[in-house]
Write a protein that binds this ligand. Structure first.
Ligand SMILES: Cc1cc2nc3c(=O)[nH]c(=O)nc-3n(C[C@H](O)[C@H](O)[C@H](O)COP(=O)(O)O)c2cc1C
Length: 357
């Protein structure tokens, strides 16, 4: 007899919840069951076929007689729970053919649409003045292959101001709801879900949002702004943080003079609405990655260099972006500006030169 290795236990007074994160089953145990489980965890050999609790724990899969392979995992338990817990798309029934798929998907969409989508409160928040952004201009260099080959992570920025017109182009091309795609709607797109960006979006939900941190942009006061993709406008959320950017971004002080950066957040409630399984959490990051790469390619095509990070204290960023509840969370940061093109800051380069090989 052994304890199933794919379990975690949540304390929930007066009992405890035992989660099998591989099979997504959960069981609520009262004190008697919890105490017996604690004894069996201490010594699985105590298993007794005549003890009803033991047999129930076995039937629930909390105990098991099968030998379960526990593959090597180099990170901590939390990442393992997350990874295994979101493996395998939950499908009760895999459609056999395209007709079945169409019927099943439509049914799912209709079920989802039977409840209203989460309120679009970012559109209303904050209620203050909208700052219209310049319409996007033609990029300096329209060649995708040039942008792809020139994109580079730089860690040495000059701090020079960025033009507001470039900010307009950058945001429109990265996060804006494209006017060019307004007519491009097919019958399967539900009402209210027809806005399209240049990057793909999980379920067409546009769960990701963007918040600009402005340090040096011509014609725009430094501060933190929400981007409104429908209006292609900004609204001020907060003044600039009273600390250097490096302090917010994992101590990476080489970007203290970055003229502008974009925090990419995800509205988890939009994803929950359509995709109740925790696997959708993965999709939030994938979508943020698409947006980040688009931002970098657009900035490169506008003649700037780029930098990116996921290293920040979420609590600090939540406060900065005024994300008041856990339904919207920051996932990534990407910034741009004029740079000397160096991958490393001067201080690091000096250090490397001083250090004997
Ligand atoms: C998910 C992700 C996280 C990253 N985080 C950081 C970071 O915290 N700090 C940093 O200086 N660069 C970061 N980078 C940039 C990588 O170091 C960089 O992309 C890599 O060295 C390759 O260089 P290149 O982007 O110039 O091709 C990150 C890149 C990715 C994709």
């Amino acid at each position: 007899m052994q304890i199933n290795p794919y379990l975690f236990i949540l304390p929930r007074t007066p009992g405890q919840i035992v989660w099998n994160y591989k099979d997504h089953t959960q069981h609520e145990l009262d004190l008697d069951y919890s105490s017996r489980l604690a004894q069996l965890i201490h010594n699985p050999e105590l298993y007794d076929n005549d003890n009803i609790i033991d047999t129930q724990l076995l039937n629930a899969g909390i105990l098991t007689v099968s030998v379960i392979n526990n593959p090597v995992w180099g990170w901590d338990e939390l990442s393992k729970i997350y990874h295994i817990g979101t493996r395998n798309i939950p499908c009760e029934y895999i459609p056999d053919n395209i007709h079945e798929w169409a019927r099943q998907y439509l049914e799912h969409c209709n079920e989802v649409l039977a409840s209203s989508p989460p309120a679009d409160d970012t559109a209303e928040r904050p209620p203050g003045r909208r700052i219209a952004l310049p319409a996007p201009s033609t990029l300096n260099d329209d060649s995708l292959s040039n942008a792809l080959t020139r994109r580079k992570t730089c860690r040495s920025f000059t701090g020079s101001a960025v033009r507001l017109s470039d900010v307009g182009s950058l945001l429109y091309l990265t996060l804006g709801y494209l006017r060019e795609r307004e007519g491009d709607c097919d019958d399967s797109i539900a009402e209210g879900l027809d806005a399209r960006r240049s990057s793909p979006s999980g379920g067409g939900l546009n769960a990701c949002e963007g918040y600009l941190l402005i340090q040096n942009v011509e014609g725009l006061a430094p501060g933190v702004y929400a981007y409104h993709p429908t209006e292609h406008a900004l609204s001020l959320i907060n003044p600039s943080p009273d600390t250097a950017l490096g302090n917010l971004l994992g101590g990476q002080h080489f970007i203290n003079n970055l003229p502008l950066g974009l925090f990419i957040t995800a509205r988890f409630d939009r994803l929950w609405w359509k995709y109740p399984h925790s696997r959708a959490y993965r999709m939030a990051f994938v979508e943020a990655g698409h947006l980040s790469q688009t931002f970098q390619l657009a900035a490169t095509a506008l003649g700037m260099n780029t930098w990116l990070t996921g290293a920040f204290a979420d609590d600090q960023v939540d406060t900065l972006l005024q994300l008041e509840n856990a339904t919207e969370q920051p996932l990534f940061f990407v910034g741009c500006g004029e740079s000397d093109g160096q991958a490393m800051c001067q201080e690091m380069r000096d250090l490397l030169r001083e250090t004997p090989a």
